[in-house]
Design a protein around this ligand. Structure first.
Ligand code: MG
Length: 215
């Protein structure tokens, strides 16, 4: 990867570099199976890791985000970043920052931004995917919606990655972990070693995915 750690550390984002390198390694395999897709672009940090791997295989990364910031990034919340507030729109706006990141890393012809809520983009989606990375909103409803909209498109042998897995509620919100457990309980995924808070599941070659009951 033409991935200089020092440069990547300057890209805004919450992704640990060890998790990022795991994204890159998995996407190198997954992008041979089909296009990759992430939910939660933010400022493009994970898109650099995933997209660099896709580029090596002449693949594509679809990167979905409404770019209005998630719940915890709104004014007054814990992860609000004033430099990402657009006073013309009077809302959080991460799209410009995302585009600058993608351009700086030469990924304009590899990373395809989709500026929409994930469930809206999913309404017209039919393309099988080699990888889905769920790193969007952290409420249960949002994380579950992202899972139920997108996991069904993963090809056999492809990967479902879920960020911010905390088994201990004292360390972080439980929604990503609950969705991870739901995916495992479906019987359609094999659990691979977790890297820090990055959950890694591989789609088995059987059956159809049911969204399952909502908790
Ligand atoms: Mg995350």
């Amino acid at each position: 990867m033409k991935c200089e750690a020092a440069l990547l550390s300057q890209v805004k984002g919450f992704l640990d570099p060890v998790e990022g390198m795991q994204l890159y390694e998995i996407a190198k395999k997954a992008s041979r199976l089909g296009p990759c897709l992430e939910i939660g672009s933010y400022c493009g940090k994970s898109a650099v890791y995933l997209g660099s791997a896709c580029l090596e295989n002449q693949g594509i990364l679809f990167s979905i985000d409404h770019h209005c910031g998630s719940e915890e990034q709104q004014p007054g919340e814990e992860y609000f970043d004033p430099s990402l507030f657009n006073y013309d729109l009077f809302q959080v706006d991460t799209l410009n920052h995302f585009r600058r990141t993608i351009s700086a890393w030469g990924l304009e012809n590899t990373v395809v931004p989709i500026v929409a809520r994930s469930q809206i983009a999913a309404r017209a989606w039919a393309t099988p995917l080699g990888l889905v990375f769920i790193d969007g909103g952290h409420s249960y409803e949002t994380a579950f919606t992202d899972y139920s909209c997108w996991a069904q498109h993963i090809v056999p042998g492809g990967y479902l990655l879920i960020h911010d897995i905390f088994e201990n509620p004292a360390q972080g919100g439980q929604a990503p972990f609950q969705v991870y457990q739901l995916a495992l309980a479906s019987g359609l995924f094999q659990e691979l070693p977790r890297v820090k808070t990055l959950g890694v599941l591989q789609r088995l070659n059987c059956g159809q995915i049911s969204a399952g009951p909502q908790a």
